[in-house]
Every structure is written in structure tokens, then in C-alpha cells.
Write a protein that binds this ligand. Structure first.
Ligand code: WT7
Length: 654
């Protein structure tokens, strides 16, 4: 069980366009060499781009598996994201260009943000929130979410953002684990024309949360305050955001934070078990996200940057809030669903706001592919100059579609591999330097030591293995909130002889040119007749077929082969599921990557079970394929999908 077999080969290559390269922040490999020679010195150089009130005395203190970066240094994240731009030339530059799902719009300049964040800091301080206290933020994707995060950072309170799609139970568990003093929520948020009753969820959650003293409620819904359908205010506990903010003074001195003071906790649901409170600190985190935003996205002064993630995920923290704002960028923010009111909403937003950099997820890209080219083609997307992908392996076919149909064949694509735990992008192309290959995240960025490691802890230069970080990096998680033991066990116990190696939990391969290809979570790797096969390769082969929009492959127990392959396939719009197509797909995969990967079962399905962040939940598909009762389905975006799949699968078998 050491290696992962490598089945798929991809030979297309795309070099950066000469004009793009000439204008790029980084256009040569020198930075890689410089960083490789002195990684800590490299990160110190990056940290110096931030504003510090006290310089650090020691760049790195590494007592594996615990790292401290920029020891003794002091800075404030909100000051770095807002104040210093106001003091400079960006006073009237748009910081947030926001659009609500119903079509309402707000633009906040850096000056606006400066005032709002100071008021928010004063509002929280007046409620008794102090440095180190935890504040839960459970909001729709509205500007107040950003203001609240930065307001916390300004006074040194630790924010814990909970995605607005989570249920009362999930809110309760996270509030209790963090022992939050304050919850900031809204009367509702819009999703596909419906109102998500956030405040009602909070009321339910808080029946069992003794630590919470106050609930601050943002009024998102129009109409009178007296409209209590969505927000019944509990006397003494609940307060309206707009009333508190109206009274709060607009001047607030940011609290200088130690580089290693906690900036936030973010819970990752993972696919099993109790959510982990991932802890990020101030100096290292801000250094990591600031550097990667600038160089991976080649961010320039007049760019309009749209990261489509919700602030409830780490992508929203790092590339909607801290990274872009630390760089003084203009950020687009959209509250709602991509298919509301029509399936061209994203492209409409790109056109109207003049988006130049788009950063989204493969799950969204595959949905757009499935819906058809006519939707993006209705819009002028010629202002786009760079495209990013994050969250899952992107199949080469989806990558090519993204490049051709969205990027007009002209925009470089950065496929960025990272995790809630890494805080910032780790593996990605630099768009002015790297020749990209569809489906490969390419190489670790300067400053990082991502490697492929085999089961015995040996570094591999080619082939299939496990993804590891062999050295600490500034934006790495510091621990799991209240559970340092779990931190050590989960991330630093894979290779007993290397207690300093971070285990990412992903399988990957490196090809002969050294490119990294992420193969998916190690827990999902298939074992067919002694071959270890990454789910990504079989899925990519299926998606290459012109009828297929999306595929998920799992193993089910098989008496001879160990595991048999079960594929769940979603077809493109207008395609029909027939027995002939099923046979055709099985042969297609066999031809593409080898008979060993020919799926035994294929089930056509209108949808696949996904987490709320868009990741396919293969664990549940395994339950279906093996005829087991379904495991925990609470983190699913739509629990109905999996129930109907189970029925179909069973009907097909009988
Ligand atoms: C896991 C981390 C990274 C922020 C969003 C998700 C998968 C992420 C890629 C990519 C292949 C990717 C990995 C990773 N993943 N980006 N570009 N190519 N896989 O954060 O929820 O912590 O998930 O997402 O499996 O371990 P997360």
C-alpha cells in the first residue's frame, strides 16, 4: 500500500502569453531559487510588506510540530487591510463592490470601510468584548460580514465565522466549542429567492449555549423593524446592528497584536467526526495570504477581483477578505446562487462589474459546463484576464472548458491547492512564469516545501504518493482549538520517524516534469486488484466523454478484486441516460486509462451528494454502493439527493 498507481497522462501545455509575462509581477524563476536557498529569509521579506508596530526579533521558532513566526513582532490585521490604504492613495478606491441576490447593490470605498470597521470595533468594545474573546459571525454574504471580521481583528477578538447554510445544531456545537460571548447574525439572507432564517436558527441553537451574552442582528430584509416574522428580539439579549452602529463612535485605535495572537478559528467539517476548530494567528497568516494574493493572481492596482466563495469557508477568509484587502484591491462580493434568477448570473456580474480576475471552484465550473455555453456567451467577458480554481481537483476537461469558454482562450488558469489548515495557497502556477497543464496544480510556490512522500517517509520525485509539507510555513494552522492532541495526531503522526512532516491527507502524483497532480483524499483512494487508483483519474476520464458533466467514483467490496468501481454520473443538459451509453462509458474509461479502471457499475443521476462547500461526499456514495445504511448526512447541501440515489441504485440492482 505504498504507491498510488498513475493512470492518466496529460500532455497539453500552455505557456504564459508573452504580453502577460512582460506585465506580470513575477516573470522569471529567480524567486523560486532565492526562496529555496533561504525560505525563512524569503518569508521575512514578504512579512516586511505589511505594517508592523513592533518588528519581530526572531523569524521562526520551530519545536515540531509547533511553529511560531515573527516572534515578538506586533501588528493589527484590520489596520493592514484598511487604515494603511486610507492613509495612502486608496482613500476613495472601491474596496467592496457588493451585490445582493435580489439585485440590490452597495459599494464601500476604503474610506467607508475605515469608518464602518472602527464603529464596529467600538460597538463590540462597548458590549464588553475584549482581546481574546470569541465572537461568532453567522451572516449571509453581506458587507457586514467583512466589517464584523475586521471589527473583531481591530480589537483583538477572535472571530469564528459559521457558514450561513449550517443548521442550528451545527451552530450550537461551534458556539459551544469556542465558548463565544457574542453572536452576530441577520434576520435572513437570500438564496434562490428564498429567505434563509438565520436569526431563527440562532434562537434554536442558543437554547443550549450558556456562554453567549448578546446577539447582534443585522437587518438584511427590507421593511419595518416591527416585521418580526424572521427576527423575534429577545429582551436583554438581542440588539439590532444598525442601532448600535448608529451610536458607535467612528474613531478607534487598533490594538497592536502579537504576531502569534489568534486571529480566528474556523471549523472544518471534514467528512467524518466532530468539526475541528482550526486556529490561525495574526502575523504569519497575514503574510501568507498577502503574498499569495499578490503573486498567484498577479494582482494589480486596477484589477477587479472576484472570489466567489462565501466568508464561511477559508477561501472567503483568505481571498475575499484578508488577502485582497491587505493588498488594497477592489473585491466583488455576491450574496446568492449562481443560477438565480437565471443561469447566467455569474457572467452577468462579471460583465457589469468589469471583473478581471475570477476565482471559483471546479464544482461550479462543472455545473456551468452542464448548463451549456449559451449562458456565458450572452455576456462580454473580455475584461477577464486571469482565472483561478480551488477546492477540488479540476478535471482536464473542465479546465479546458474554463479556459476556452470563460477565458476566451486568453486567460492563464491558476489551479490552487491548499486547505483550511494551510491558510494560504501552497501549490499553484505563477501566471507569468509557469507553463500550465490542464488538471495539474503545477508546483509549490516559493517559500513552501510541499513534497510527495511514500508510506515510509521517503521523498519521491515522481510517481504516486502522499502530499506532505516537510517544513513549517507562516500561515499554517497552529493547533486545533481546545484539542492540541488531535492536532498532533491528525497532522504530525503519519511518519513517526519524521515528527516534523505535516500530513495533508491528500494523494498526489508527480509526472516526469515534476508537476503535481492532486488525486483526492487518501481515504477515497480505490484498491482494485492490488492497484491503488485515485478517484480523480477515473472521474476525469468520464468527464472527458462529451455526454458527461460530472462524475464521482467509489469502490465497493468485491470478493475477487478487493474493490469494484462504482461510478455516479451526471449528464450534460440534453443528454439521455441509456444502457448503450452506460456500455459506451465503461469502454471509454477502459480505453482512456486502462481496463483496470473500467467501472463495474454506472448509475446516472441528476445530481451528486455534495458538502455545502461543493465537495462530493464519496463516503455516502460508498454507503450506497455497498448497500449500507447512510452515514451522517448533516453536512450535505441537499440531503434529498442521496436518498433518491440510494433508491435508484437499489432499483437497478434488483
Ligand atoms: C482540501 C481542502 C483550499 C480552500 C478550499 C477548501 C482539496 C483544495 C484543491 C486543488 C485538488 C484541492 C484537497 C484539500 N483541494 N484545492 N486545487 N486541487 N484538490 O478547503 O475545505 O480545507 O479542503 O480540498 O483535498 O485537502 P478545505
Amino acid at each position: 500500500m505504498t504507491d498510488i498507481d498513475v493512470l492518466l497522462t496529460e500532455n497539453r501545455k500552455f505557456a504564459p502569453d508573452a504580453a502577460f509575462r512582460r506585465a506580470a509581477h513575477i516573470s522569471s524563476r529567480e524567486l523560486y531559487d532565492y526562496a529555496a536557498a533561504d525560505p525563512v529569509g524569503f518569508w521575512e521579506g514578504m512579512a516586511r510588506e505589511l505594517a508592523w508596530t513592533t518588528p519581530w526579533t526572531k523569524a521562526l521558532e520551530w519545536t515540531p510540530p509547533h511553529a511560531k513566526w515573527f516572534v515578538g513582532g506586533k501588528l493589527n490585521a484590520a489596520y493592514n487591510c484598511v487604515d494603511r490604504h486610507v492613509a495612502g492613495s486608496r482613500r476613495n478606491k472601491a474596496a467592496l463592490v457588493w451585490e445582493g441576490e435580489p439585485g440590490d447593490r452597495r459599494t464601500l470605498t476604503y474610506w467607508d470601510l475605515f469608518i464602518e470597521v472602527q464603529k464596529c470595533a467600538n460597538m463590540l468594545a462597548a458590549l464588553g468584548v475584549k482581546k481574546g474573546d470569541r465572537v461568532v459571525i453567522y451572516l449571509p454574504l453581506v458587507p457586514e460580514a467583512v466589517i464584523a471580521m475586521l471589527g473583531c481583528a481591530r480589537i483583538g477578538a477572535i472571530h469564528s465565522v459559521i457558514f450561513g447554510g449550517f443548521s442550528p445544531d451545527s451552530v450550537r456545537d461551534r458556539v459551544n466549542d469556542a465558548e463565544a460571548k457574542i453572536v452576530i447574525t441577520a434576520d435572513g439572507g437570500y438564496r434562490r429567492g428564498q429567505i434563509v432564517p438565520l436569526k431563527r436558527n440562532v434562537d434554536k441553537a442558543l437554547e443550549d449555549c450558556p456562554s453567549v451574552e448578546k446577539v447582534i442582528v443585522v437587518r438584511r430584509r427590507p421593511g419595518a423593524e416591527g416585521d418580526e416574522a424572521f427576527a423575534t428580539m429577545q429582551e436583554g439579549r438581542d440588539l439590532w446592528w444598525h442601532r448600535l452602529m448608529a451610536r458607535a463612535p467612528s474613531k478607534h485605535e487598533p490594538v497592536p497584536m502579537d504576531a502569534e495572537d489568534v486571529l480566528y478559528i474556523l471549523y472544518t467539517s471534514g467528512t467524518t467526526g466532530k468539526p475541528k476548530g482550526i486556529v490561525h494567528t495574526t502575523g504569519g497568516y497575514l503574510t501568507g495570504v498577502t503574498m499569495t494574493t499578490k503573486y498567484v493572481f498577479d494582482l494589480k492596482e486596477d484589477d477587479v477581483f472576484w472570489c466567489t466563495a462565501d466568508v464561511g469557508w477559508v477561501t472567503g477568509h483568505s481571498y475575499l477578505v484578508y488577502g485582497p484587502l491587505a493588498n488594497g484591491a477592489t473585491c466583488v462580493m455576491y450574496e446568492g446562487a449562481p443560477d438565480w434568477p437565471e443561469k447566467d448570473r455569474f457572467w452577468d456580474i462579471c460583465e457589469r462589474h468589469g471583473v478581471t480576475i475570477l476565482y471559483t471552484a471546479p464544482t461550479a465550473i462543472r455545473a456551468f459546463m452542464k448548463w451549456g455555453d449559451q449562458h456565458p456567451q450572452k455576456h462580454d467577458l473580455s475584461r477577464l484576464r486571469l482565472l483561478g480554481s480551488v477546492g477540488e481537483p479540476i478535471n482536464p476537461e473542465a479546465w479546458m472548458w474554463y479556459r476556452d469558454v470563460i477565458g476566451g482562450g486568453r486567460c492563464p488558469i491558476v489551479d490552487t491547492w491548499w486547505q483550511t489548515e494551510t491558510g494560504a495557497i501552497v501549490i499553484s502556477a505563477l501566471p507569468g512564469v509557469t507553463e500550465t497543464k490542464p488538471g495539474s496544480a503545477t508546483f509549490p510556490l516559493p517559500g513552501y516545501s510541499a513534497e510527495l512522500v511514500d508510506n515510509s517517509g521517503r521523498i519521491m520525485k515522481t510517481g504516486g504518493g502522499l502530499l506532505a509539507m516537510t517544513r513549517p510555513w507562516p500561515s499554517m494552522l497552529r493547533t486545533i482549538w481546545n484539542d492540541d492532541k488531535r492536532y498532533v495526531q491528525t497532522y504530525f503522526s503519519k511518519w513517526p520517524e519524521h515528527p516534523d512532516y505535516y500530513f495533508a491527507g491528500d494523494g498526489a502524483k508527480r509526472d516526469d516534469d515534476g508537476y503535481f497532480w492532486i488525486l483526492g483524499r487518501v481515504d477515497d483512494v480505490l484498491n482494485v486488484a492490488g492497484h491503488r487508483i485515485g478517484t480523480m483519474e477515473v472521474e476525469s476520464a468520464l468527464v472527458e466523454h462529451p455526454s458527461v458533466a460530472e462524475a464521482a467514483v467509489v469502490g465497493r467490496a468485491h470478493e475477487l478484486k478487493g474493490q469494484a468501481l462504482a461510478a455516479f454520473v451526471t449528464l450534460r443538459e440534453g443528454q439521455h441516460a441509456t444502457p448503450a451509453l452506460r456500455d459506451e462509458l465503461r469502454e471509454f474509461v477502459a480505453e482512456k486509462i486502462g481496463a483496470i479502471a473500467r467501472p463495474d457499475d454506472i448509475l446516472f443521476s441528476a445530481d451528486l451528494p455534495k458538502t455545502r462547500s461543493g465537495k462530493i461526499m464519496r463516503r455516502l456514495l460508498r454507503d450506497i454502493a455497498e448497500g449500507r445504511a447512510l452515514g451522517d448526512t448533516t453536512t450535505l447541501a441537499d440531503p434529498n439527493v442521496v436518498a433518491s440515489l440510494k433508491e435508484q441504485y437499489e432499483a437497478q440492482e434488483s
